[in-house]
Ligand binder design. Structure first.
Ligand code: TA6
Length: 314
């Protein structure tokens, strides 16, 4: 079974404008809601592909109910811990259509009480069995300390599940200590964990291979619109995305992770994993929602993904 763990889900309020002008009354063209928070997106991808999974984490209030109803409408099986007396956060995504790209204004979220933390830790421990895949992704909520986060990761490792982590800053630095199966840092996050201000792709590869040698099976370094560098002990790939007409770039990284997890769960080869992940992420970029994509379009885009094998052991 695959479990996606979003400690701090968000309701994405996505606002489309012709343009965004300071000190002006910018009239919206349209507004839509989607799920947010990162591992939630992984569950959406898996569910649409018919791959069994359960979405868990922490939700609260009417906004939390809205997130859960959006997830269930997308076919996701939910098993969240609920905290009373507060509200799941919103992430406001502004898409000015004259610029390309988007602006994201994200609330921190509510402070997680100790008993809520104990409940999610217990749920994770009781659900997971050896061989499961556990994806923990997205910024942890307030009051989740590094120590508490590490304990959650250790709980997953102790159950001998395959741990996949997409988080940033001090939480990612902590995560690599438990040697997760896969991490998906962007360039800023990667520099934070290696503690060096490097810039060339060769330097990235050299540092990523050190992480592989230290026990992280797959490092998927996201270069954003430039694609990604994938390293394992035995292989290094440089993956280039297809050309698409971008509508909303929000959620591309999370859907990329969803595609990655889907292919890993089907024991695909490294190239196939990241060809698919790149294609489904490109499909997401052509959609308005932060978790929208089209599987038929993804199949079409597969052949436009370019992969260069830079290193192969043996
Ligand atoms: O990556 C996109 C996204 O998940 C949005 O849907 C929005 O919810 C935001 O990121 C949340 O980011 P955070 O790191 O705060 O969990």
């Amino acid at each position: 079974m695959i479990y996606t763990i979003t400690l701090n889900p968000a309701l994405d309020r996505i606002i489309f404008l012709d343009k965004l002008v300071k000190k002006d009354n910018n009239r919206t063209k349209s507004i839509m809601f989607d799920i947010g928070g990162k591992a939630t997106h992984v569950s959406v991808v898996l569910s649409k592909m018919g791959i069994d999974n359960i979405a868990t984490g922490i939700l609260a209030g009417s906004t939390g109910k809205h997130v859960q109803s959006l997830l269930e409408a997308k076919g996701v099986k939910c098993d969240y811990v609920w905290q009373d007396g507060c509200e799941t956060r919103e992430s406001i995504i502004i898409v000015p259509e004259d610029e390309g790209g988007s602006y994201m204004i994200t609330q921190q979220g509510f402070g997680v009480e100790k008993d809520t933390y104990q409940k999610i830790k217990k749920k994770i421990s009781e659900m997971l069995v050896e061989g499961d895949i556990a994806v923990i992704s997205g910024g942890p909520p307030p009051k989740i300390t590094i120590e508490m986060y590490r304990e959650l990761l250790q709980t997953i490792i102790d159950k001998k599940a395959k741990l996949i982590v997409d988080v940033s800053r001090e939480f990612l630095i902590e995560a690599i200590k438990v040697k997760p199966y896969l991490i998906k840092p962007n360039e800023v996050e990667f520099k934070e964990i290696i503690g060096k201000d490097i810039n060339t792709e060769n330097e990235y590869i050299e540092e990523a291979l050190k992480l592989n040698e230290n026990g992280i099976e797959i490092v998927a370094l996201s270069l954003g619109k430039k694609g990604s560098i994938i390293t394992t002990k035995d292989k290094v790939l440089r993956v280039y995305p297809p050309k698409i007409r971008e509508v909303n770039d929000t959620g591309c990284g999370d859907v990329f992770l969803g595609g990655t997890v889907a292919m890993i769960s089907q024991d695909k080869e490294l190239e196939d994993i990241f060809r698919f992940a790149t294609a489904i992420s490109a499909s997401k970029a052509t959609k308005e929602g932060s978790s929208e994509f089209d599987l038929e379009q993804t199949q079409e885009l597969l052949k436009e993904v370019q992969i260069q094998t830079i290193k192969r052991r043996g």
